[in-house]
Design a protein around this ligand. Structure first.
Ligand code: GAR
Length: 216
């Protein structure tokens, strides 16, 4: 079976990387991880990659004079490993438009909010502060503007009355871990593609159930 060749970019604990590793372990999953790149040394995600016998490479941004040379090294590494789709999985550096445009429509990101709400950092705390009834997470194609680009998949997560930042982070991550492998599968199967500022779908089941919180 043909497998889409992934490059996964991380900066930290790598639980989303783990979700992709676990999905790729199934013989009938249509993607495989070619390389894991971390911009930070000694992070837990690198251990996860090593444990799964993956090629894991640290490209520490601090070793480079500027962002361009750092990104050139990342680009070279992805190209050397024949990567077809780059998955940002908790990769916490903003990428320049040069890099993003080089990988246009072959670069996706996961973000812990219902975009376009709550771009940037501390999304869960900000949602709680605002008292919104739903938080969520989003997988999208990357465009040069931060946390922007055609939306592939989202989960809406009800916020409980006794929700804390910690509980909301944990709850959101469980949805992230379900969604990332599912979104990559859709791409690998040719069921989604970026079309203008949106995504076009083919043969996908959207469901028609809304979620209401609190339940009426
Ligand atoms: C995840 O919640 C991911 O959505 C978020 O960082 C966490 C990484 O966790 N990404 C961003 O905020 C990107 N803007 P992980 O390293 O355990 O996958």
């Amino acid at each position: 079976m043909r497998k889409l060749r992934l490059g996964v970019m991380i900066s930290g604990s790598g639980t989303n990387l783990q979700a992709l590793i676990d999905a790729c372990a199934a013989a009938d999953y249509p993607a495989q991880i070619q390389v894991v790149i971390s911009n930070r040394p000694d992070v837990r995600g690198l251990d996860r990659a090593a444990q799964a016998d993956l090629t894991a490479i640290t490209i520490d941004h601090k070793d480079f004079d500027d962002k361009e040379s750092f990104e050139d090294a990342v680009h070279q590494c992805l190209s050397d490993h024949d990567v077809e789709l780059v998955c940002l999985a908790g990769f916490m550096r903003l990428l320049t438009s040069t890099f993003v445009n080089r990988w246009r429509d072959r670069l996706i990101n996961i973000h812990p909010s219902l975009l376009p709400s709550y771009k940037g950092l501390h999304t869960h705390a900000r949602a709680l502060e605002d008292g919104v009834r739903f938080h969520g997470c989003t997988i999208h194609y990357v465009r040069p503007e931060m946390d922007n680009g055609p939306i592939i998949m989202q989960a809406a997560i009800p916020i409980a009355t006794d929700e804390t930042e910690e509980s909301l982070i944990a709850k959101t991550l469980t949805y992230e871990h379900k969604m990332y492998p599912a979104a990559v599968k859709l791409i690998a199967e040719g069921k989604v593609r970026a079309s203008g500022n949106k995504v076009a779908f083919k043969d996908t089941d959207m469901g028609d159930e809304g979620i209401i919180s609190p339940l009426p």
